[in-house]
Design a protein around this ligand. Structure first.
Ligand SMILES: N[C@@H](CCC(=O)N[C@@H](CS)C(=O)NCC(=O)O)C(=O)O
Length: 210
């Protein structure tokens, strides 16, 4: 028997899983949370779950009413983006949004999210000081890029097209949690104002691990 409710396989520590919670909420889709661990014996805990059965085996993983399985946080943002009114249809406007989704996966996750994971989740930072310093330098350059964009005259306080979109939801969690990666956000004022702007939206879902 199929379950009529979307099931989101998640963990409160995960910024990628937050993106899925936020877009489901913004799109008005009812869903249920299924928590899976991100540390310890993950394979054992995930065995016989859709996450364990998936070829990538990571969260977020969303299981739909017809059994469809949706992986990759930014692909999930795209799936529900139009329904949430957070993804424009016009090609150039859509392209501006996609640029930030790819930026997030290629710049934000490998620097800020990885560094945060080593310090805050796996707690192995003491053994990797050079790796941490390298990732923090990459993370600061990433924050500089976001700050530059937000400071541009046509940005109007948002990353793409002068309005809130899934671009903002993609880049928000791991830039907001940069202090968990050992980076104080004081030098990036436009970024901090943008975080507050996202958090002031009426349907905002707080990051559970802040
Ligand atoms: N590119 C993927 C990355 C997903 C990812 O790294 N998920 C992490 C949690 S944030 C995870 O499942 N970690 C536990 C593991 O790899 O077993 C996305 O954006 O969804």
């Amino acid at each position: 028997m199929t379950d009529p409710t979307w099931q989101l396989y998640t963990n409160p520590l995960s910024g990628n899983a937050w993106k899925a919670r936020q877009i489901l909420t913004s799109a008005g889709i009812p869903f249920r949370l299924e928590e899976v661990p991100v540390v310890g014996d993950r394979d054992a805990a995930r065995r016989n779950t859709p996450v364990g059965e998936h070829h990538v085996g990571r969260i977020p993983l969303l299981v739909g009413p017809d059994g469809e399985r949706l992986a990759e946080s930014n692909a999930i943002l795209l799936w529900f983006g139009e329904r949430a009114g957070l993804l424009p249809a016009e090609p150039i406007a859509r392209h501006r949004v996609l640029e930030w989704l790819f930026f997030e996966q290629s710049q934000v996750l490998p620097s800020l999210a990885t560094c945060r994971y080593l310090i805050r989740v796996a707690r192995v930072a003491d053994h990797q000081p050079q790796v941490i310093a390298f990732l923090q330098a990459r993370g600061r350059a990433t924050l500089d890029a976001v700050e530059r964009r937000l400071g541009a005259p046509d940005a109007a306080g948002w990353l793409a097209n002068g309005t809130c979109s899934i671009a903002d939801l993609a880049v928000y969690p791991y830039t907001r949690m940069a202090p968990h990666a050992g980076i104080d956000l004081e030098p990036w004022p436009a970024l901090r104002s943008w975080h507050r702007r996202i958090e002031a939206r009426p349907d905002f879902v707080p990051l559970p691990c802040l």
